[in-house]
Design a protein around this ligand. Sequence first.
Ligand SMILES: [Mn+2]
Length: 577
Amino acid sequence: MNGCSEKRWVTAVVEPTTVDGISRRYGFSRAMACALVARGLSDFGEIDQFLQPRLAHLTDPFVLPDMPKAVDLILQHIEQGSSILIYGDYDVDGVTATALMIQVLSGLGAVVVPFLPHRIEDGYGLNVETLHRCVELYRPNLIITVDCGTSSVEAVREAARLGIDVIVTDHHEPAAEGVAEAIAIVNPKLGNCPEDIRMLAGVGVAFKLCHGLVKAARKHGLEAANKLNLKTFMELVAVGTVADIVPLLKENRILVYHGLHLLNQTQSVGMRTLIEAAGITGPVDTYHIGFMIGPRINAAGRLGNADAALELMLTEQEPRAKVLAQQLDEASRRRQEIEDKIVQEACADLDRRFDADRDYGLVVAHPHWHAGVIGIVASRISSRYNRPVVVIGMDEDGVGRGSCRSIPGFDLLSHLQQCSSLLRRYGGHAMAAGLEVAHEKIAEFSARFNEVCAATLRQGDRRRQLLVDAWLQPSDINDALYQDQNRLRPFGHSNPLPVWAVRNVTPVCPPRVIGGKHLKLLFSMGRETREVIGFGMGDREIPDGPLDIAFNLILNRYNGREYLQLHLQDLRPAQAD
Ligand SMILES: [Mn+2]
């Protein structure tokens, strides 16, 4: 690697008067005001709502399509003492959504059981075979799906034939199969839903349904509804929403902001045990959900059966919680090993043949790759090569199951659509999708996928973008800026940690490599010497002369001391503006 930047640094153009107005009104530094504007926040009303997310600003649940029908039907079934089955999903979003529905419905006096499909045996969503298994096991009168079901056309038809009511709650775009004819489909991606709620996760949609239910139940004078405090379940919404990597803006921001607060004082035995088992000390943040809590809840489902994760969310028995948390810990470790091995194999394959001018959409396949972990593998590969990626594993019947991950700004789903004639099934979002492809079609699909990706990606600058929130003077880096920056929390998808940049600085001593692979630089800035760490950048050559650096501002704790550290995002020879 050379010393020149491989990224294109982009700074939003901001109106100086707007920045002045914001910094005056909120008492922010100009840098912080720039960051707000760079994130599309320049209107005072919007900034107020962003800085102080309030539950009162949640949208009315009845704005979601089919909500009144869904709520009425569920209340009817509760009244009749029907058997209700919650059909979930094996990922964090699906497990938390299921736990939420079980707790709220039983709180309302419903007879309710959960069912989580097995990732390998049942696959994602509701299909006819799995439906029959559910029916045999539980004889439900009503099935409510969470985080799935929108495109389960056949299974929903079969349920109707068996006299079972189905309500779908989901947040996935409808797939090629079309939309299931359920009695109600509560999905913000359907109809003309406001942007605020279009981006809800599956657990967010389930929460809206619960909100609608409790509202209606109270109106109907259902005693149990008055005792139910929906707020206590928001920690589940926070965990599922962050883990599902949906934008942490608008409604999601409100839910996660308050959910995190509750998670930090959780009354749930399972959640508390899980947090302890993950070794999290200090306040739980979105980072911990994304990298420590989420992967543990996910691990069970990835390797087969998600029931342990769901049981942990629901249990009130401390000893049982400890056993389950231990199980998830082990599953998570095992998952990590499998994932590392596949990444190694896939990268060995790609490194050998990758040509940046020819390969635009990457497809890697191997018969022995575990279908449960290929999603994570795909995202690691897509960020390594900065290309959309499809990773395909094979099941016993010779069907390839693929997990697809995109790069920022590239609509994955529309490109898969252009390959649809070669696929058995596909579905998902702009950033992530899944597919099924016959073994003998993989080569042809791989060529076509590369072709359609090339048509889009060949134009324009393919370098990765680095969005700089604001340029600073070295003396701007201080505690006040760090405090300001904290007002933007919780960080995550679509609301990342600010990237600050400083021009024309020279290291005070030669760069060092620490821990074998990390870069450490020292700069004199204002009256301070600032430590700059470039994680994984140990092999970067540092150009001579003055540099521009772009970094995150982090509060580091070391030996009982707290100080500001700069986490390098990129560097380049100093440029004049
Ligand atoms: Mn989901």
